[in-house]
Ligand binder design. Structure first.
Ligand SMILES: *[C@@H]1O[C@H](CO)[C@@H](O)[C@H](O)[C@H]1NC(C)=O
Ligand SMILES: [Fe+2]
Length: 218
């Protein structure tokens, strides 16, 4: 009789503490409907970050179109620079893939991309390769600054470690290296008299076209 009483008391205390532990876990959560308050839900993108990711998705596609415009221009009968055309075509494909990465990321985090809003390239003609490379450097600087700005918003406003990690691993590294390569190409063009196009530019174009020179080797 005494032992039954003792074990009942024990059971009461035990289940009581279990409930207390459960309470601590479920505090603020509605497990029935799987809805969590904003402060605990780290899967859903913060609105400020979703807006920035959509903007970046459009900006990368804009960059892809700018490079496509350059690729066409340098490959055309006006310029006859197939090597530079190839380089810019490659950049255009890369930027298209960057835009796709943002699209996939928005989906991964359960949000929607909304409708596209892509700024069209305003320039269609470059008198020499150096001019286009300088424009490319300016564009890449802008894109890099935007990514770093989003990273700061992800840290300060959204407190989103996953997004910060995505931007660091998939973009910041590549942006820095891409600016470095383009700046070296601009230096090379200047040093061979590329300021007025001409023979130096022709030689570099040949090397790009024949695969004797690639941006990665600069
Ligand atoms: C489209 O993008 C431009 C430039 O970023 C912006 O000013 C404009 O408000 C956007 N339009 C829509 C419908 O989102
Ligand atoms: Fe990009």
């Amino acid at each position: 009789m005494r032992s039954i009483l003792l074990s009942s008391i024990f059971l009461l205390i035990f289940s009581g503490s279990c409930l207390a532990i459960l309470d601590a876990f479920t505090d603020g959560l509605d497990l029935g409907g799987y809805s969590l308050p904003r402060s605990v839900n780290n899967y859903e993108l913060h609105d400020s970050c979703l807006i920035e990711l959509r903007k970046q998705m459009n900006l990368e596609k804009h960059a892809s179109l700018v490079y496509k415009q350059m690729a066409f221009h340098f490959g055309s009968i006006k310029m006859a620079r197939p090597g530079f055309s190839k380089i810019f075509e490659h950049h255009s494909t890369e930027e298209h893939e960057h835009s796709n990465k943002f699209i996939k990321y928005i989906d991964l985090r359960g949000a929607t991309i909304g409708s596209f809003n892509i700024t069209m390239p305003h320039k269609t003609s470059w008198s020499k390769a150096l001019e286009a490379v300088e424009d490319a450097i300016e564009l890449e600087h802008f894109v890099t600054n935007e990514i770093i700005r989003i990273h700061r918003i992800a840290e300060k406003t959204c407190k989103d470690v996953h997004l910060m990690n995505f931007l660091e691993n998939d973009f910041i590294e590549e942006q820095i290296s891409s600016i470095n390569k383009l700046m070296k190409l601009a230096t090379l063009l200047r040093s061979v008299g590329g300021n007025d196009g001409g023979y130096g530019e022709y030689l570099i174009d040949r090397d790009f076209f024949n695969g004797k020179l690639s941006l990665d080797e600069l």
